[in-house]
Design a protein around this ligand. Structure first.
Ligand code: HEC
Ligand code: HEC
Ligand code: HEC
Ligand code: HEC
Ligand code: HEC
Ligand code: HEC
Length: 398
């Protein structure tokens, strides 16, 4: 009987624990949302009200209800083609720019993103001229969450022990003994503790819990080694993409001449700058640096921002020309950067993730006709990059 009741108790405690975690997830975890947002939405959306490629997401929950937002993020094309008036107008307003679909996002992911958007807008304005939306403290947010989880676990364990002690006491009474005639409450509590400590299953479970938490912390640390997301080194010349590519709308390929043709985009040589700067702003000390480099016959020593390890193969033309992807998908909103910053992790997981969810742009490309026919005969889903071998090790590794 006792065993039965303690089993039920255990289940109850586990249930309460799971529910507590879920109630945390209910409102969305802004720190997790920030990572999702920066990796997947930030190239097209700002968290405040400013327009990037699409509208700023500030106040989105006032404009649309959650169900709509989820449907939209999972499959914007479907919402537009369903004739939804709001969606159609938005689509027209943004020059029929197709938003990327995120079919794999469940409620949790979207709630996390919305929580981040809300938090970013709630952040107080620090001072005049300072950015209005201070980024949510990702690291401390995650740590705080972990601390709460661990404390909850400890409290749960204590409650469990206390309950088991009471049970034992009750059962002694039920068996006819009086509480005094058996052991005192404190002793029974101690006995239960001892019982628990000698119960192999429980001891193993506790050990596993700590091993798993430890492993997670170690892995989190290891995964961030060699990841340079956010890297934005100071360059030898104060060159601004916002001015040249944004305000003046100079085509990216004017300077990055290889980007549609080859593996490498290439960094422009001084002579490309000279097409304009032999007449424009010659007197500026920054422009004088270009002259000095040319006179000394030395290249300008730009600091490389994006850099995959040698073991990986990446080809630009395959992505820009064949797949028709915009630079912003992988480099973020360069047109608004005074200093280039690496916006994505550039890890293997990042490449694979996109290959899993992006449709192959097979329209008007005879090369894909046979593949497409074969694919469509066996699957109702659109042909993704993974279906043409985009997950094969040898495609990306020498
Ligand atoms: C490639 C660019 C792109 C990416 C990436 C992108 N969006 Fe969008 N999004 C758009 C555009 C453009 C619109 C405006 C409607 C249109 O043209 O289809 C839009 C509209 C929206 C809207 C409706 C906004 C409003 O004011 O009603 C929401 C919500 C939204 N996006 C959420 C997201 C989320 C969340 C992500 C990341 C998981 C994301 N988007 C990623 C381009 C993008
Ligand atoms: C298509 C023409 C064009 C090309 C090519 C070009 N620039 Fe510029 N650049 C401009 C114009 C126009 C300005 C703005 C001048 C002004 O502020 O009046 C400018 C401004 C600058 C400034 C700011 C100067 C200052 O003191 O305000 C720097 C630095 C600069 N360019 C560097 C470069 C470099 C480096 C390259 C080559 C990689 C380059 N530019 C290529 C047109 C060009
Ligand atoms: C006027 C010439 C010019 C134009 C136009 C231009 N760039 Fe650049 N770009 C440069 C120069 C010079 C550098 C190296 C210095 C730096 O990182 O700012 C660079 C660096 C970069 C880098 C980082 C390279 C690295 O080291 O990893 C990226 C990414 C990039 N550009 C993308 C773009 C995109 C996208 C566009 C179009 C929206 C664009 N550029 C337009 C001149 C240009
Ligand atoms: C599918 C993702 C993706 C797209 C789309 C993309 N890039 Fe890149 N880009 C990368 C990666 C990854 C690297 C690092 C490559 C390496 O280290 O070998 C890179 C590196 C660069 C570099 C510096 C190194 C080099 O290759 O010379 C420049 C400049 C650059 N990209 C410009 C652009 C421009 C301009 C566009 C749009 C016309 C663009 N990229 C589109 C992923 C992308
Ligand atoms: C934004 C989405 C996106 C990202 C990020 C991305 N890719 Fe791709 N990739 C594509 C698409 C779309 C294609 C299909 C192009 C085509 O039609 O051949 C592709 C094709 C490829 C192919 C050829 C696959 C084949 O079977 O022919 C290779 C290799 C590749 N990508 C490597 C990479 C590497 C390495 C990275 C990360 C550094 C990366 N990609 C990141 C979208 C992406
Ligand atoms: C779409 C491209 C792509 C595919 C497919 C791919 N990789 Fe990778 N892989 C990468 C990139 C990019 C890196 C470098 C990432 C980094 O520096 O974090 C990498 C890194 C690695 C590393 C080094 C790990 C590290 O952290 O340094 C190993 C090992 C590896 N890949 C094995 C594999 C195996 C095995 C497969 C097949 C099952 C595979 N890869 C398929 C793109 C790919």
């Amino acid at each position: 009987m006792i065993n039965n009741i303690s089993k039920k108790l255990l289940t109850l405690v586990a249930l309460v624990f799971v529910l507590t975690i879920q109630s945390f997830a209910q409102d969305g975890d802004a720190a997790a949302g920030e990572t999702l947002f920066k990796n997947n939405c930030a190239q097209c959306h700002a968290a405040d009200a400013s327009v990037v490629v699409g509208p700023g997401l500030a106040g989105i929950e006032d404009r649309r209800d959650f169900a709509w937002i989820k449907k939209w993020v999972n499959n914007p094309a479907a919402v537009i083609s369903s004739g939804d008036k709001y969606a159609v107008e938005l689509y027209e307003k943004y020059n029929k720019t197709q938003m990327t679909a995120f079919p794999a996002y469940g409620e949790a992911e979207i709630k996390n993103i919305l929580a981040y958007v809300k938090a970013a807008n709630a952040a107080p304005v620090v001072a005049e001229g300072a950015p209005a939306a201070a980024p949510v403290q990702e690291a401390s947010g995650g740590k705080f969450f972990n601390v709460v989880l661990v404390s909850l676990l400890v409290i749960m364990a204590l409650v469990l022990v206390a309950l088991l002690a009471v049970l034992k006491l009750l059962s002694t009474i039920a068996q006819g003994g009086s509480p005094e005639s058996s052991v005192s409450g404190l002793e029974s509590f101690k006995a239960t503790l001892k019982g628990l400590a000698s119960n192999k299953t429980i001891v193993t479970a506790v050990i596993w819990m700590f091993v798993l938490l430890g492993t997670k912390a170690t892995l989190d640390g290891l995964y961030s080694i060699g990841v340079h997301q956010g890297y934005a080194p100071t360059q030898p010349i104060n060159f601004s993409h916002k001015l040249h590519a944004g305000d003046m709308e100079i085509n990216c390929a004017y300077c990055h001449t290889g980007v549609y043709k080859g593996k490498q985009s290439g960094i422009p040589s001084s002579s490309i700058c000279m097409n304009c700067h032999n007449t424009i702003k010659r007197e500026s000390p920054e422009i004088q640096k270009i002259y000095t480099a040319i006179e000394k016959n030395q290249p300008i020593e730009w600091v490389r921002v994006h850099n995959l390890p040698d073991l990986a193969y990446f080809n630009h033309s395959q992505h820009t020309n064949v797949a028709g992807l915009d630079c912003a998908n992988c480099h973020g909103d360069i047109k608004n950067m005074e200093v280039v910053e690496q916006r994505h992790t550039l890890t293997m997981g990042w490449c694979i993730d996109c290959h899993r969810k992006t449709d192959v742009n097979a329209k008007g490309n005879a090369y894909y006709d046979a593949l497409l026919t074969a694919h469509n005969s066996s699957s109702k889903e659109a042909m993704k990059v993974e279906d043409i071998g985009g997950l094969e090790c040898a495609k990306c590794h020498y």
